[in-house]
Design a protein around this ligand. Structure first.
Ligand SMILES: *[C@@H]1O[C@H](CO)[C@@H](O)[C@H](O)[C@H]1NC(C)=O
Ligand SMILES: *[C@@H]1O[C@H](CO)[C@@H](O)[C@H](O)[C@H]1NC(C)=O
Ligand SMILES: *[C@@H]1O[C@H](CO)[C@@H](O)[C@H](O)[C@H]1NC(C)=O
Ligand SMILES: *[C@@H]1O[C@H](CO)[C@@H](O)[C@H](O)[C@H]1NC(C)=O
Ligand SMILES: *[C@@H]1O[C@H](CO)[C@@H](O)[C@H](O)[C@H]1NC(C)=O
Ligand SMILES: *[C@@H]1O[C@H](CO)[C@@H](O)[C@H](O)[C@H]1NC(C)=O
Ligand SMILES: *[C@@H]1O[C@H](CO)[C@@H](O)[C@H](O)[C@H]1NC(C)=O
Ligand SMILES: *[C@@H]1O[C@H](CO)[C@@H](O)[C@H](O)[C@H]1NC(C)=O
Length: 406
C-alpha cells in the first residue's frame, strides 16, 4: 500500500475519476451545526462519571441525496458549509475572492467582515488537486473557527481564490486526516482542539444517515469522545501507518460466505462509493445474482437481497442492500453497485465511503491511531437511530430526533 506523503485522496461521486496525483483525494460534503455543551456545574455529581466519557461537541449533518454529508462551520463569525473529509488534512472554504461557480453557489468567507482574521507571511499560496480533476487555489490565513459548539483560535485555513469542480458546489472541506498528511504544514481543526484543550481526546465520531433504511435516521458528528451508547459495542482497528486512515480488512463476505479477500482499506468520509481492487470487485459481484458489468461499471438488480459484509479483525459489518444500490439505469433496469473498481489502476487499497459508513457508527481515534466501528447502540437496534448522548438538551432536540427507534 502506499499513500504518498503530501497527497490528498479525493474520490468524488462519479465512478470514473482521473487521478491528477498518484493518490486519492477526498470528497466534499456539507453539515448543519448545533451546539451541545456540558455545563458541569449544573450536573448531578452522580452522573459525572458517565458524562466524562461523553463527547464535548456535537453537530448535525445534512445528508445530500446520499451523495455527501455536509455541515456548518463558523469561521470568523461567518456561517459556511463544509464537508468533513477523512482523506485530507486541511480546512479550506470558498471566499469573496473566488468567482467560479463552485464558489459562488454558496456562502463565501469575507476577511473584511472579521476581526479575528490574520494573514500569514508569504509565500502562503496553495494549490490542491482532487481525484475528479477538481482544483482549488488560494492562500493560507488564520481564524477563529467554531464547529459543533467548540471554538479554536488561530486555526490555519485556506481562503480560496479559484475552485473548479463539476460536482461539488458552494462549500469547502474540513480535513480530519493526520497532521502528517497536511498540505498546509499546520495542525488541522481536531489537532488544534486537543492542543487548546477544547476536547479531552482527539477523537471524532460520526454517523451518516441511511434514510432508505430508516426514515428517522439522523447524521451527526461528535468531537472529543465516543457517545455513551456506543462505548460498549465499539471495536477498534489500528491504522496501518499514522499518516492516513487506512486499516486492514481481513475478508469480504456475500450472504455470510467468505470470499477470502484481504486488503488495506482507506476509510474515506469524502467518498460516496466504495472502491476495490478489480479482481476482488469482480469476484464479489459474481456472487450477486443478476449482476452485470458494462461500461467499466458493475450493475446489480435494484431489488437485490444480497448482503455484502466487510470484515475487520474478524468482525463482519453488513452493508444493507438498500445502501448497496445507487443510481438506476432506466434502459437496463439495473442499479449501479455501490462497490466499483478503483479508478486509479495503481491503487493498492480499497476505499470505503458512505455506502459502507451509513451502516455503522465510526470513530477516528487520533490519540490511539485506530478506527472504531459500532453497529448498535447499547447492543440493540441500528446506528443513527439514537444520536443522543448524555449531554443532549431535550429542549433542543430536532423534530427528526423525536421518533428515535432503538
Ligand atoms: C501508475 O504508475 C505508473 C508507473 O509508476 C505511472 O507511469 C502511471 O502514471 C500511474 N498511473 C496513475 C493513474 O497514477
Ligand atoms: C448556520 O447555517 C445553517 C444553515 O443555514 C443553520 O442551520 C445553522 O443554524 C447556522 N448556524 C449558526 C450558528 O447560525
Ligand atoms: C505560489 O505562488 C508562486 C508565485 O506565483 C508560485 O511560483 C508557486 O508555485 C506557488 N506555490 C504553490 C504551492 O502554489
Ligand atoms: C444507551 O445508553 C446510554 C447511556 O447509558 C443512554 O443514555 C441511552 O439513552 C441509551 N440509548 C438507548 C437507545 O437505549
Ligand atoms: C507517527 O510516525 C512518525 C514517523 O513516521 C513518528 O515520528 C511519530 O511519532 C508517530 N506519531 C505517533 C503518534 O505515533
Ligand atoms: C449485461 O448487459 C448487456 C447489455 O445490457 C447484455 O448484452 C449482457 O448479456 C449482460 N451480461 C450478463 C452476464 O447478464
Ligand atoms: C445504461 O446502460 C446502457 C447499457 O449498458 C448504457 O449504454 C448506458 O450508458 C447506461 N446509462 C447510464 C446513465 O449509465
Ligand atoms: C429514470 O427514470 C426515473 C423515473 O422516470 C427518473 O426520475 C430518473 O431521473 C431516470 N434516471 C436516469 C438516469 O435517467
Amino acid at each position: 500500500m502506499t499513500v504518498k506523503f503530501f497527497v490528498l485522496f479525493v474520490f468524488i461521486i462519479l465512478p470514473l475519476c482521473v487521478f491528477v496525483n498518484t493518490t486519492p483525494i477526498s470528497n466534499p460534503g456539507h453539515l448543519k451545526i448545533r451546539l451541545k455543551r456540558v455545563h458541569t456545574s449544573k450536573i448531578d455529581p452522580g452522573l459525572l462519571s458517565l458524562l466524562k466519557r461523553d463527547p464535548q461537541g456535537k453537530e448535525y449533518l445534512n445528508n445530500v441525496n446520499d451523495i455527501r454529508y455536509t455541515g456548518s462551520i463558523i469561521i470568523g463569525g461567518q456561517n459556511l458549509t463544509i464537508m468533513i473529509d477523512s482523506g485530507s488534512s486541511d480546512l479550506w472554504v470558498p471566499s469573496v475572492f473566488c468567482s467560479t461557480p463552485a464558489c459562488t453557489s454558496g456562502t463565501r468567507y469575507d476577511p473584511a467582515k472579521s476581526t479575528t482574521y490574520q494573514t500569514l507571511p508569504a509565500p502562503n499560496n496553495f494549490t490542491l488537486n482532487f481525484g475528479d480533476g477538481a482544483q482549488v487555489d488560494g492562500f493560507k490565513a488564520t481564524e477563529t473557527v467554531t464547529i459543533g459548539g467548540l471554538s479554536v483560535t488561530q486555526q490555519t485555513f485556506g481562503v480560496l481564490t479559484t475552485f473548479t469542480s463539476n460536482q461539488y458546489r458552494g462549500g469547502g472541506i474540513m480535513g480530519i486526516n493526520f497532521r502528517q498528511s497536511t498540505r498546509f504544514n499546520a495542525p488541522g481543526v481536531i489537532q488544534t482542539m486537543k492542543t487548546q484543550k477544547v476536547i479531552n481526546k482527539a477523537l471524532v465520531g460520526f454517523h451518516f444517515s441511511a434514510p432508505k433504511v430508516n426514515a428517522n435516521d439522523v447524521s451527526y458528528i461528535t468531537f472529543g469522545d465516543v457517545p455513551n451508547e456506543y462505548a460498549n459495542s465499539i471495536s477498534y482497528n489500528k491504522v496501518v501507518e499514522n499518516r492516513s486512515w487506512i486499516i486492514s480488512m481481513s475478508d469480504v463476505q456475500v450472504d455470510g460466505n467468505s470470499l477470502g479477500i484481504k486488503s488495506n482499506v482507506l476509510i474515506d468520509t469524502g467518498s460516496t462509493l466504495n472502491y476495490g481492487l478489480s479482481s476482488q470487485v469482480n469476484t464479489l459481484h459474481q456472487k450477486i445474482s443478476g449482476s452485470n458489468f458494462s461500461n467499466d461499471l458493475w450493475w446489480i438488480p435494484c431489488n437485490t437481497k444480497s448482503v455484502v459484509s466487510v470484515v475487520f479483525n474478524g468482525v463482519p459489518y453488513e452493508i444493507n442492500p438498500l445502501q448497496l444500490i445507487t443510481i438506476k439505469n432506466n434502459s437496463t433496469g439495473l442499479c449501479r453497485s455501490g462497490i466499483q473498481i478503483q479508478p486509479n489502476t495503481n491503487a493498492s487499497f480499497w476505499t470505503l465511503g458512505d455506502v459502507f459508513l451509513s451502516n455503522v457508527f465510526t470513530a477516528f481515534d487520533f490519540d490511539n491511531l485506530r478506527i472504531g466501528f459500532a453497529t448498535s447502540p447499547n447492543g440493540t437496534g441500528a446506528p443513527g437511530t439514537s444520536p443522543g448522548s448524555g449531554n443532549d438538551n431535550p429542549n433542543n432536540v430536532k423534530k427528526s430526533d423525536a421518533n428515535k427507534q432503538g
